[in-house]
Design a protein around this ligand. Structure first.
Ligand SMILES: [Zn+2]
Length: 279
C-alpha cells in the first residue's frame, strides 16, 4: 500500500454496475489508520481482523460519474506513456494492448496522471470544492453598495459583490479554460486546478432580473469582475471592443482576449447602456 499524507488529493474510482467510474475528489484528513471496525458497505471485505482506512474531507462528487473505460479509450496513449515510465503504483495496467483497472486500493498519482484527471474534469465542467471557492464567493464587507461616481441621470445600479456562481456559470468557465475574457488570465489554485468568475452582464437579482443563460455570462478574473460590477469597464456591443472609463487604461479600445460567439448582444447592450459609467 502507498503512504497517504494529510492534504493529499484523493481521486475516487467507484464500481457502479460492475464498471469503474471516476466518482469524485476529496482531500485526505488523516494518514492510514488501522481499525478493526468493519466498513459500512464491506461487501467482499467483511469479516477481516484489521482494516486500513483514511479519513477524508471536502468530498465532491462528479455530477455524472465518468466511466473509466471511456477514459481508457480517450486517453489511451497518455495512459500508456505514463505506465511506461512508472510501472508501479498505477491504478490500471496493460493487458493485450487494452487498459484495465488493476486491483489496487491506494495508488500513487503521478503529476502526469493527475493531469489526465484534470483534463477530464475540465471537459465535464467538474470543479472540486477544496475550500478555495468559499473564499472567492464571499461578498467583500467594506465596499460601497454603489459607486459614488455615478453620473447624474443614470439608472441607479446597486450591485453587491456577492458572486452568483451558478452551475451554468461554472460550466461556461470550464469550457473556456477559466480565462478572463478581458486579460486572458485565470486564478491558479493550489490543487492544480484553475478558477475564474462568471459575471452576468444583466445581473440576476434586484431590479435587473437578468436570465441565467450562457449568452448573459462573461468569464472574468476577480479584478475585471469588480470593474464590470462598478461599471468601470464594458464591451461595446457594436464594435465588440473593450471600453474603459479611463482612456489610458491598457485595455481601452482593445480586442477581447477571446470572443464567445454565444455572448448575447442584448446583454452587452444592457451592461453598456445601463451599468457602464462612461462620461
Ligand atoms: Zn481579467
Amino acid at each position: 500500500m502507498e503512504k497517504v499524507n494529510i492534504n493529499d488529493t484523493i481521486i475516487h474510482l467507484v464500481k457502479i454496475k460492475n464498471k469503474y467510474h471516476f466518482y469524485g475528489i476529496s482531500t485526505a484528513n488523516s494518514e492510514l489508520i488501522e481499525t478493526n471496525e468493519e466498513p459500512p458497505l464491506s461487501e467482499d471485505w467483511g469479516d477481516r481482523e484489521i482494516y486500513q482506512r483514511i479519513n477524508i474531507t471536502n468530498f465532491t462528487k462528479v455530477e455524472v460519474p465518468y466511466p473509466i473505460d471511456k477514459i481508457f479509450i480517450e486517453y489511451h496513449q497518455n495512459l500508456k506513456d505514463i505506465l511506461q515510465n512508472n510501472r508501479d503504483g498505477q491504478f490500471y495496467n496493460l493487458y493485450r494492448e487494452e487498459l484495465r483497472v488493476a486491483q489496487k486500493y491506494f495508488a500513487a498519482c503521478s503529476p502526469e496522471l493527475y493531469n489526465v484527471f484534470d483534463l477530464i474534469s475540465r471537459s465535464i465542467g467538474f470543479k472540486p470544492e477544496l475550500g478555495i471557492e468559499n473564499n472567492i464567493n464571499v461578498p467583500t464587507k467594506n465596499e460601497p453598495q454603489s459607486p459614488d461616481y455615478n453620473p447624474a441621470g443614470r439608472v441607479k445600479t446597486i450591485i453587491s459583490r456577492l458572486i452568483r456562481d451558478t452551475k451554468l456559470s461554472r460550466l461556461t468557465k470550464a469550457e473556456n479554460n477559466w480565462k478572463c475574457q478581458i486579460c486572458g488570465k485565470s486564478i491558479q489554485l493550489p490543487n492544480g486546478f484553475y478558477d475564474s468568475e462568471g459575471h452576468h452582464l444583466k445581473p440576476l437579482g434586484g431590479e435587473h432580473q437578468g436570465p441565467d443563460i450562457e449568452g448573459n455570462i462573461i468569464i472574468l478574473c476577480p479584478y475585471h469582475h469588480t470593474e464590470f460590477d462598478y461599471g468601470s469597464i464594458a464591451i461595446n456591443p457594436e464594435t465588440k471592443l473593450i471600453e474603459h472609463i479611463d482612456s489610458h487604461n491598457q485595455y481601452h479600445l482593445k480586442q477581447l482576449a477571446y470572443n464567445r460567439e454565444n455572448l448575447g448582444s442584448e446583454f452587452l447592450r444592457y451592461h453598456y447602456g445601463l451599468i457602464f459609467n462612461k462620461s
